[in-house]
Each structure stands twice: as structure tokens, then as C-alpha cells.
Design a protein around this ligand. Structure first.
Ligand SMILES: [Zn+2]
Length: 286
């Protein structure tokens, strides 16, 4: 260690340190690497102003952005049995849950709320990818059932924002049971003659894609969102073929008729309002 590293460098660091902005003031776009001022990013609904990249959003963001004036009422969701299998991999599932709850300030990966969209009553369920990869365990299943029941009770459309890696591995078969369960939940909404709209956000994969997420009356996706069942690498290894450019991205799915529209985040709320007004027009006239 020389005088330079021991004395001068720390001195410079303290001098510079004072001028450095706190980390949370700036955010780097993962796509174009540009720095974005935190407040600007929030105002732009977490879309990069330089390249238009749609960053991941939380369930709370979705609720705030979707309902008129950001006004909504969240409903309490049932609390299923915690860690039913007493599961442990590198960490105990109970510890993973606690960590996710501390980080996201959510009980589980889904939030449900009601309010109005474009003046019409609506129920919205939104998933947070940051909560254990948005995985679907009993709590997410319960959330979807509660959202569907609320929609039927209020005679309101159901909008679901998906963001999920699939099944909650730590709940084994109980997690898989949420696939038919979530389908039955959305079926209740359809049988009541109410619109069910799905907004697929980046990423939506696995058991969520294989169940309720693909059953909307209207399937919307955000630009460039990854939507699929198995990962591209697994498919490539299985079919031993190179997959086409843009495979499993929202625009590719739109071009191949899997989804109905790709809507930029900034236009999403207006699109939902228009769809809801259109899809409930007959109901209101009746
Ligand atoms: Zn960018």
C-alpha cells in the first residue's frame, strides 16, 4: 500500500462522495443503459423515455395506473395455510416468504382491488413479479377466486395483470391445483356475462400461461413482453431447431394470432376504458 492508495484515494472518495447523487435518484435502463431520473421514470409509468423499454412494475403500480385518478379500494385476501409441505431447498420456504414480504410489502404475489375505469366499475387483480417470481401458489389462486367473486357480486368486468414465472415450486401439487382453480374462477366471470380482460406483462410464463392467463375475452400484452410456457432454450433443445427471431415476444404472438393487441403502457388505461365501455354497452342498455 502506498501513500497514494492509503491516503489520497480515500480522500478523493470522500470529496466525490458528497457530490454523488443517492442511488435511488437515478435508474439505469436495462435495455439502452441510459440514466433516467427517478421522478421522470415514475411519471412515465416506468417506461424508458429514451428507448421506450417497458420496465417491470409492481401490483401497486398497476392499480394506481389503471383506476380513475389512482383511486381504488383493495380487498383483504384469504390467508391460506403457510408452507403446507414444510418445504426446504437451499432456504426454507417460510424464510423465502418472509423475505419476499419484507421486500415487496405484499402478503403474496397478487393484489385485488375495485374502483372505476373510465367511469365504469371494475375489479382488477395484479401480480408482482418481484414476489418470488410472481409464482402461483394457493395465495394467488385464492386472490383470483376472490377477484372473480367480487366481479360477479358487483356485476363488474375483471381485469387481470399477469407477471409470473409459473408454479410456486415450494407448494408442489397444491401449486398445480391453482391452474384448474384459476380457470374455474374466470369461468364464473364469463358465466355471469361479464368481460374478462387479461393484460400480459413481462414475463408471463409456465403454469400461469397454461391456465387463466390465456383465457381472456380480450388478450392484451405490453410491448416486447416475454410470454410463453417453457423457456426458449428448453424448446430449442427439444425440437432441435433454431427458433425464429422474436419468439415468445408480444409482437410475435400478435402476428401469429395468439393475442389480440399489443398496447403501450401509456395507452393502456384508455384502451381498457374503451374496451369495458364497448363490452358492457348491451348490459347497460338492457
Ligand atoms: Zn432505455
Amino acid at each position: 500500500m502506498s501513500w497514494l492508495t492509503e491516503f489520497v484515494r480515500p480522500k478523493i472518495r470522500t470529496l466525490l462522495g458528497r457530490k454523488e447523487a443517492p442511488d435511488n435518484l437515478w435508474h439505469q435502463c436495462p435495455k439502452c443503459q441510459q440514466m433516467i431520473f427517478h421522478r421522470e421514470l415514475e411519471a412515465g409509468k416506468k417506461v424508458c423515455p429514451h428507448c421506450g423499454h417497458h420496465m417491470r412494475a409492481t401490483a401497486t403500480d398497476r392499480l394506481l395506473w389503471t383506476f380513475d385518478d389512482g383511486n381504488f379500494t383493495r380487498i383483504d385476501l384469504p390467508r391460506p395455510v403457510q408452507d403446507p409441505l414444510k418445504f426446504r431447498d437451499q432456504k426454507r420456504y417460510a424464510d423465502r416468504l418472509k423475505e419476499a414480504r419484507d421486500n415487496t410489502r405484499q402478503e403474496d404475489a397478487i393484489l385485488v382491488a375495485h374502483g372505476t375505469i373510465g367511469g365504469a366499475r371494475a375489479v382488477v387483480a395484479a401480480m408482482t413479479f418481484d414476489f418470488m417470481g410472481g409464482s402461483m401458489g394457493a395465495a394467488v389462486g385464492d386472490g383470483l377466486v376472490a377477484a372473480a367473486r367480487l366481479a360477479v357480486l358487483q356485476a363488474a368486468p375483471l381485469v387481470v395483470y399477469t407477471a409470473s414465472g409459473g408454479a410456486r415450486m415450494q407448494e408442489g401439487a397444491i401449486s398445480l391445483m391453482q391452474m384448474p382453480r384459476s380457470i374455474i374462477a374466470t369461468q364464473m366471470v364469463k358465466e355471469a356475462g361479464l368481460p374478462f380482460i387479461v393484460v400480459l406483462t413481462d414475463p408471463t410464463t409456465g403454469g400461469v400461461t397454461a391456465s387463466f392467463a390465456m383465457l381472456g375475452d380480450v388478450q392484451i400484452a405490453e410491448p416486447n413482453a416475454l410470454i410463453g410456457f417453457a423457456g426458449a432454450r428448453v424448446i430449442e433443445q427439444t425440437v432441435r431447431e433454431k427458433l425464429p427471431e422474436g419468439f415468445q415476444r408480444a409482437e410475435y404472438l400478435l402476428a401469429h394470432g395468439i393475442i389480440d393487441m399489443v398496447v403501450k403502457r401509456g395507452e393502456l388505461t384508455a384502451t381498457l376504458a374503451r374496451l369495458i365501455a364497448f363490452m358492457t354497452a348491451n348490459r347497460r342498455a338492457a
